[in-house]
Design a protein around this ligand. Structure first.
Ligand code: SF4
Ligand code: SF4
Length: 305
């Protein structure tokens, strides 16, 4: 939103107490299978046994019931499955369901965008959004772009990302040229890859925020929203501050998560994943992404494309 009304929303007269602040919830159930075969991923072409899929579906339904019942907090939910969720009906149905809840500001999922998109017509598209990733060796560019055009036609918010491997650079440039300017293209630094200055500059020309990804952020002892206004939830309801600090701070289903939420500092030496460091307070990235935080859409896309 822009204009005076939007500005007033961003500048409240009194800061809201954190107990009433919107809560960002990252959910990851047992699902760990994927239809793609990316060489940089441990979940490539993994197949989940039927019992695990049943458990994943049951856990997701339980989580969705918790979201529906927790009406005293504004909630924003990001599904971060190990594998691909949108090939499973229960993720599609849950996104539709949660998108219509009045206390849910956002429901988004990380996806390779292989699955059909028509189901999103049944979702509230002001609330549902996608974090998509283009994997050049797994899908043709024109096919991926056709999916993006489907999202455009449906009016669904989405970001497009790519792993910044040298062999992806030409594809990333072509993709940037063909995507609508309003679509943010982000680049993740490849694990273990060292970026000489010229290579970093080439990727930064595509994603001006590539610098956030290319170097881990020292974080030990620094204040982080994780565990205060952001949590990570596992299929059994275990609540952790984020996906990267294994210690549990409570459980979603016994109510102990409420008492666990408080200002916290990071116990890890560094934070190197976007879904973590966007909550690291000194980085101020919530101001960069604002209501696109979960689907990774920068607030002022026009400055980035
Ligand atoms: S699409 Fe994602 S989950 Fe699937 S193999 Fe590739 S990186 Fe892994
Ligand atoms: S800085 Fe990163 S690893 Fe540390 S608590 Fe925050 S999200 Fe977790």
């Amino acid at each position: 939103m822009s204009g005076p009304a939007g500005d007033r929303r961003l500048l409240p007269l009194r800061p809201a107490p954190e107990a009433d602040a919107p809560l960002y919830v990252l959910y990851r159930g047992p699902l760990a299978s994927c239809n793609y075969d990316c060489p940089y991923c441990p979940f490539a072409k993994r197949v989940d046994p039927p019992a695990l899929l049943r458990a994943d579906r049951a856990a997701l339904h339980r989580f969705a019931d918790w979201v529906a019942a927790t009406t005293d907090r504004r909630l924003s939910v990001l599904f971060t499955p190990w594998g691909e969720g949108l090939t499973r009906s229960w993720y599609r149905e849950t996104i539709i369901r949660l998108s219509h809840l009045p206390h849910v500001d956002r429901v988004a999922i990380q996806t390779n965008l292989a699955a059909r998109t028509g189901w999103l017509a049944d979702a509230d598209r002001d609330t549902a959004a996608l974090w998509t990733t283009y994997h050049p060796r797994q899908v043709r560019r024109d096919r991926f772009l056709a999916r993006c055009r489907e999202l455009d036609a449906l009016g669904v918010r989405y970001s497009v990302g790519i792993v910044g491997l040298p062999e992806h650079l030409d594809e990333a440039r072509a993709l940037r040229a063909l995507l609508p300017p309003r679509v943010y293209l982000w680049v993740n630094a490849a694990d273990g890859h060292v970026y000489p200055a010229a290579e970093e500059a080439a990727w930064t020309a595509l994603d001006p925020r590539f610098g956030d990804s290319v170097r881990p952020h020292p974080s030990r002892g620094l204040p982080c929203h994780a565990g205060e206004t952001a949590i990570s939830v596992l299929g059994d309801g275990t609540v952790r501050r984020c996906h990267f600090v294994p210690a549990a701070i409570g459980n979603l289903y016994d109510g102990s998560w409420r008492a666990a939420l408080r200002p916290r500092s990071c116990p890890n030496a560094a934070c190197d994943c976007h879904i973590g460091y966007v909550h690291l307070k000194p980085l101020g990235l919530r101001d960069v992404y604002r209501d696109g935080l979960l689907e990774r859409v920068v607030h002022r896309v026009e400055e980035f494309t």
